[in-house]
Design a protein around this ligand. Structure first.
Ligand code: GLN
Length: 484
């Protein structure tokens, strides 16, 4: 039986009825990774022994009748999550050799359920990128077309799930890093509201924007992964103490009477014709399902990318100051003294894009420029947030494309950072506004590449967008799984 292609909820049934053991399931995934990942490069590290051990623990727990939703389910983690005793690099040379002494909160929560971790997933270095080409471990290839990018920065997380090398994964999203790779790889990815999921033990990129979220093969899996990780954490002062709703329980409540906004600012020049067609079809489908489609406006959308690249780089320049060769990972000391050691470690440890961002961010924060750039960006951020607040007075959710085009070719945008930055034009506003959004498959391009759509919800209304996504998924019957 081909078990690696099943959803988590299907695996759950097989595990709980004894039709398969966690050890067998884990074995199938490890074999699949062994066979495929030399091509895809989704994993930075496969933790075979730990996975087999966790599977044995899960099997004992299942036999004792104590299984929870994720007991024995083989998952994988973006290498941005610190994992006790397992090297965590954030896909950077500077962190090679860094073995964290603790598990982050979401990792601990999954471990407590005896979920199985197959390994650590490739990503753009420090989550900076949209194509996974900024990794010290090489790019991730798109399972639907290996000449194309997986998207980024959680490219490994999306490709591993798409290629059935993990049942589900966790990523992080600062400006689109869950939703955009999910879209390019034909899987479902959710960026929760800022504060919904703890970031304790997640390596920081831009702290006012970063959120943790799931990538999965369908909406139901996405809901149960979110369920497992969401909630207040005393270790993260930005996590919010609101009850976690029963996401899965309300999936089937339908969209009759739901008001779905369609913002005119998201239908821009340069938007791929197949993307437009898929979004239009999705809007029709929602009408057919009983939702009401409302034209809305998010007037400050045009400024989002510029605003984001000031705020995100400013925060990154501060967050990445801690990598100095003293405390974490690599130290490159040629015997020239302390300042020389700092200089060598950072010069050789960071990749080109990370350095570019540290310089941009340092510049934006420097005296004399702070008011012109950083302060201005903060004001624009407020306007963008107010755009969404005003839209949500009228509608329950907003439907947009995830990315202007399907997955682009490897190398296509590497020499042009501005073009790369623009590929996040539809995902970035959501992070600036701090609200939630889900990306799910809604069609295919003429070349057979997956196309995703984005449903944006009110703050802490993950339940609404999951419900809308589930209704669409049932109705649309989009083919799952790349031709591997
Ligand atoms: N591509 C965006 C960036 O490079 C977003 C990355 C992310 O969400 N981590 O910053």
């Amino acid at each position: 039986m081909e078990t690696t292609g099943l959803t988590i909820h299907e695996m759950r049934d097989l595990l709980d009825t004894g039709k398969i053991s966690a050890a067998e399931l884990t074995g199938s995934f490890l074999r699949r990774i062994h066979e495929l990942d030399t091509r895809i490069n989704a994993f930075i590290r496969v933790t075979k022994e730990q996975a087999e051990e966790a599977a044995r623990r899960a099997d004992r727990r299942i036999r004792e009748g104590n299984s929870t939703l994720l007991t024995g389910i083989p998952l994988a983690l973006k290498d941005i999550f610190v994992t006790e005793g397992i090297e965590t690099t954030c896909a950077s040379n500077i962190l090679k050799g860094f073995v964290p002494p603790y598990d982050g909160t979401v990792v601990r929560r999954l471990r407590e359920q005896d979920a199985v971790f197959l390994g650590k997933l490739n990503m753009d270095e420090f989550a900076m990128g949209s194509s996974n080409e900024n990794s010290a471990f090489g790019p991730v290839r798109n399972p639907w077309d290996e000449t194309r990018v997986s998207g980024g920065s959680s490219g490994g997380s999306a490709a591993a799930v798409a290629a059935c090398m993990a049942a589900g994964s966790l990523g992080t999203d600062t400006g689109g890093s869950i939703r955009q790779p999910a879209s390019h790889c034909g899987v479902v990815g959710l960026k929760p509201t800022y504060g919904r999921v703890s970031r304790y033990g997640v390596i920081a990129y831009a702290s006012s924007l970063d959120q943790v979220g799931p990538l999965a093969r369908d909406v139901e899996d996405c809901s149960l992964l979110l369920q497992a990780v969401a909630g207040y954490d005393p270790h993260d002062s930005t996590s919010v103490s609101l009850p976690v709703p029963d996401y899965r329980g309300s999936l089937k409540n339908g969209v009759k009477g739901m008001r779905i906004g369609c913002p005119k600012e998201y239908f821009i020049d340069g938007l791929d014709a197949d993307v437009i067609a898929s979004i239009r079809t999705a809007l029709d489908r929602y009408r057919h399902l009983g939702a009401e489609i409302v034209d809305i406006t998010l007037p400050h959308t045009d400024y989002a990318v510029a605003c984001y690249y000031v705020i995100a780089t400013a925060e990154a320049s501060s967050n990445l100051a801690r990598y100095d060769g003293i405390r974490f990972g690599q130290r490159i000391d040629d015997g020239g003294g302390l300042i020389e050691m700092y200089r060598n470690t950072r010069a050789r440890g960071f990749g080109a894009e990370v350095k570019r961002r540290i310089m941009l961010g340092t510049f934006a924060l420097s005296s004399g420029y702070y008011d012109a750039y950083y302060l201005k960006a903060q004001k624009i951020r407020t306007l963008i947030r107010e755009d969404f607040a005003a839209a949500f007075d009228q509608v329950d959710a907003v439907l947009t494309p995830v990315a202007p085009t399907p997955a682009f070719l490897l190398g296509e945008k590497m020499d042009d950072p501005l073009q790369m930055y623009l590929s996040d034009i539809f995902t970035i506003p959501v992070n600036l506004a701090g609200t939630c959004a889900i990306s799910l498959p809604c069609g295919f391009s003429a070349e057979g590449l997956p196309i995703g759509m984005q449903l944006i919800g009110k703050p802490f209304a993950e339940e609404t967008i999951l419900r809308a996504a589930w209704a669409f998924e049932q109705e649309a019957g989009i083919r799952k799984g790349p031709p591997l």
